[in-house]
Write a new protein. Structure first.
Length: 435
């Protein structure tokens, strides 16, 4: 099975771009081999530059809820394109998209930006500006984009002090960040007891999807919201991945609506951009009114609310009906069950983990509640599994720590391709498994 053109492109790319890719995980470093360069995508399928087809379980890392090149999204985008690509002035599409987000989620006002990173960065700045405080709290293993202050890992020992997670982030940038273990109420309570008056906000993935998928323990988000409120800190629920994916509204719709908590601020991205660079942050009106030009907290963007991106996002959200979520649930369940069975039959330790319609498979046994648990995975087993699936025409995330994304365009044939590939992939994982 050749991938000569992908290999040739990767060689060219590596000369002019660090690692040959424009976002690290695409490089296949975690699984070995060279990345496939994609030529086209349609529905549930990708076609690479060598003409090979794959059933896609990455979905552009989440945005493609309706599958690739959905005819109605494409038509809306074509119509918008004919009217120009960017004006730097307000448009109707932005208003429509903002109303759609406000209508589906607890946020009262929203501002559009171009990436999830920008959304979380801006939300934190706003929280600091609103509260006049400086500390930001996050959880180990939660990813909120490559914001300096959030690219932090937990310090050694029992301390919650954050250390920069990468060269290039100075200690001063993370000195005001505190990192806690996920799902650890005692650690949250202790930190707020000690430093609560300095905490501007706590940010969490509404359901973690960046250390593999972990469903929050029932009541955990509610506990966070209550703790923040008790200390005058803002609760920022990052729904860049979960928003409009886990359910029609996101994780908030799953447990927030049930448990009755409300975030002060939320961040969105991925699905709401319909495959274009669009993201958003929003929340309580009194907080959002602190933003420039009404309030003193500055935030801006040349391409913010870009009319093509707003059109794609709006069309996607309007098409994301109950039927779409029902199909995604059905497809996800079929894949989860089959993966579980194949890995069990092959004797590969694993945990199938989901939050709403989002899921992943951890190549470990035991409970996975936090980043330490997730890191016990056998990544060599996953790499073998990944390549066996790829060889059989299934494109999984090239890392054991990522969610598997399905779409409503995953038809029965696509599901069949996945199910047919699983037993051999499980056997390959068994071969590669440690011990
Ligand atoms: C929960 C979460 N927040 C923020 C981001 C950053 O978004 P972006 O990659 O668009 O900057 C991501 C990206 O995967 C994410 O999953």
């Amino acid at each position: 099975m050749t991938h000569d053109r992908s290999d040739a492109l990767f060689a060219r790319a590596s000369t002019v771009t660090p690692g040959g890719v424009n976002s690290p995980v695409r490089a296949f470093r975690a699984v070995g081999g060279t990345p496939r360069f994609i030529h086209a995508a349609d529905g549930a399928r990708l076609t690479d530059v060598d003409g090979r087809e794959y059933v896609d379980l990455v979905g552009s890392w989440g945005p493609m809820l309706l599958g690739h090149a959905h005819p109605e999204v494409m038509a809306a985008v074509r119509e918008a394109l004919a009217r120009g690509t960017s004006y730097g002035a307000p448009t109707e599409a932005e208003v429509d998209l903002a109303e759609e987000i406000v209508g589906r989620t607890p946020v009262e006002q929203v501002r559009l930006v171009s990436s999830g990173t920008e959304a979380t960065m801006s939300a934190i700045r706003l929280a600091r500006g609103f509260t006049g405080r400086d500390l930001v709290v996050k959880f180990a293993g939660c990813y909120h984009g490559h914001v300096d202050a959030l690219l932090a890992s937990a310090g050694s020992g029992l301390t919650t002090l954050a250390v920069p997670g990468t060269p290039g982030v100075p200690e001063t940038a993370t000195a005001l960040t505190r990192v806690l273990p996920y799902d650890d109420r005692d650690a949250v309570a202790a930190l707020f007891a000690e430093e609560g008056e300095r905490i501007a906000c706590l940010i969490t993935e509404a359901a973690p999807g960046n250390m593999g998928v972990i469903a929050p323990d029932p009541g955990f988000n509610q506990f966070l919201a209550t703790t923040c409120a008790a200390h005058g800190a803002l609760f920022v629920s990052d729904e860049v991945m979960t928003g409009f994916r886990v359910s029609k509204t996101g994780q908030w719709g799953l447990d927030g609506a049930l448990e009755g908590w409300q975030p002060d601020l939320m961040t969105f991205g991925k699905v709401m951009g319909g495959g274009f660079p669009a993201a958003a942050f929003g929340g309580r009106t009194d907080v959002m009114q602190q933003l420039s030009p009404v309030g003193p907290v500055y935030q801006a963007g040349t391409l913010s609310g870009n009319p093509i991106a707003a059109t794609a996002g709006l069309t996607t959200l309007r098409l994301a009906t109950d039927g779409v979520y029902a199909r995604i649930t059905e497809v996800g369940d079929a894949i989860k069950d089959a993966a579980d069975k194949a890995l069990s039959d092959a004797g590969v330790p694993h945990v199938v983990s989901s939050a709403g319609t989002m899921f992943s498979v951890f190549f470990t046994d035991g409970r996975v509640r936090d980043f330490d648990d997730a890191q016990r995975q056998d990544t060599a087993a996953y790499a073998a599994f990944f390549h066996a699936m790829l060889d059989r025409g299934v494109y999984l995330p090239p890392s054991a720590y990522e969610a598997w994304f399905v779409s409503s365009a995953h038809d029965d044939a696509a599901v069949e391709t996945i199910l047919a590939a699983l037993p051999a992939a499980a056997a390959a994982a068994r071969e590669a498994a440690r011990g």
